[in-house]
Design a protein around this ligand. Structure first.
Ligand code: AP5
Length: 225
């Protein structure tokens, strides 16, 4: 039995874990449950690429290769996003912070944030990560995510929400996945110690059914189902 923790009025939650760990899936479920926004830096960047903005032109080639977008670009993106009104009651960060400089930048934007923040680290074996990423299908219009085996759309290859044709994300191709996993090991893993030192990190077994993982996360934040 995990101990329930109650966040302060503003709920600030971050999802940490390697590519395919289920950060997006769990962030979406938690955000829905708490009626706060899920803020996915990956989705924001993919939107920027689709719009052909300057940010998109800078981030696109890096993401396609499986590298991390430079911290200074990311900080501008997140600062602007967190100022919006829908963040007043809190948010679930999906894929941010991803480096120690980003975590430091986030703390300087929100002094004292780690006192009442929870960072969930989803733990999933590498073989399962590879299975999830190779089977993931993605809607380029609404960014909904599916899996060919474990979470298929109602109609094969078609998004349930908007009927758009589903595709394999560029960075889910094998060579990019290998680079994303390396980037996680080198640049994101140091965050584990960073948040452990600040007593915010909660390790969660992410290698279970999505709803089972969600129940555990909900219990941690004091809203058990
Ligand atoms: P981003 O979009 O954040 O990708 P990621 O972190 O690599 O994570 P993924 O989206 O691949 O996986 P996920 O953990 O969210 O898993 P999901 O729930 O989708 O970032 C993409 C790129 O943008 C980065 O590589 C970088 O270039 C750039 N970027 C973004 N943020 C950045 C930052 N802060 N700094 C610098 N650069 C940044 O699930 C995956 C699949 O598994 C799905 O098919 C799903 O259906 C399935 N699944 C999920 N949970 C389960 C489960 N419990 N059991 C079985 N299947 C499951």
């Amino acid at each position: 039995m995990v101990a329930a923790e109650t966040l302060t009025a503003q709920k600030r939650i971050a999802m940490l874990g390697p590519p395919g760990a289920g950060k997006g899936t769990q962030a979406e479920l938690l955000a829905g449950r708490l009626s706060i926004p899920r803020i996915s830096t990956g989705d924001i960047l993919r939107d920027a690429i689709a719009m052909g903005s300057q940010l998109g032109r800078q981030a696109g080639p890096i993401m396609e290769e499986g590298g991390l977008v430079p911290d200074d670009l990311l900080m501008g993106v997140i600062e602007e996003r967190l100022q919006r009104e829908d963040c007043a009651r809190g948010y679930v960060l999906d894929g941010f912070p991803r480096t120690v400089p980003q975590a430091e930048g986030f703390e300087s934007l929100n002094p004292g944030v780690t006192a009442d923040m929870i960072v969930f680290k989803l733990e999933v074996p590498k073989t399962e990560l590879l299975r999830r990423l190779s089977g993931r299908r993605w809607c380029p219009k609404c960014q909904a995510t599916y899996h060919v085996e474990s979470d298929p759309p109602r109609e094969d290859g078609v998004c349930d929400r908007d009927g758009e044709r589903l595709i394999l994300r560029e960075d889910d191709k094998e060579s990019a996945v290998a680079r994303r996993l390396t980037a996680y090991e080198r640049q994101t893993k140091p965050l584990i110690e960073y948040y452990d030192d600040r007593s915010c990190l909660r390790r969660v077994d992410g290698d279970r059914e999505p709803q089972v993982v969600h129940v555990e996360l909900s219990t941690y934040i004091g809203v058990p189902r």
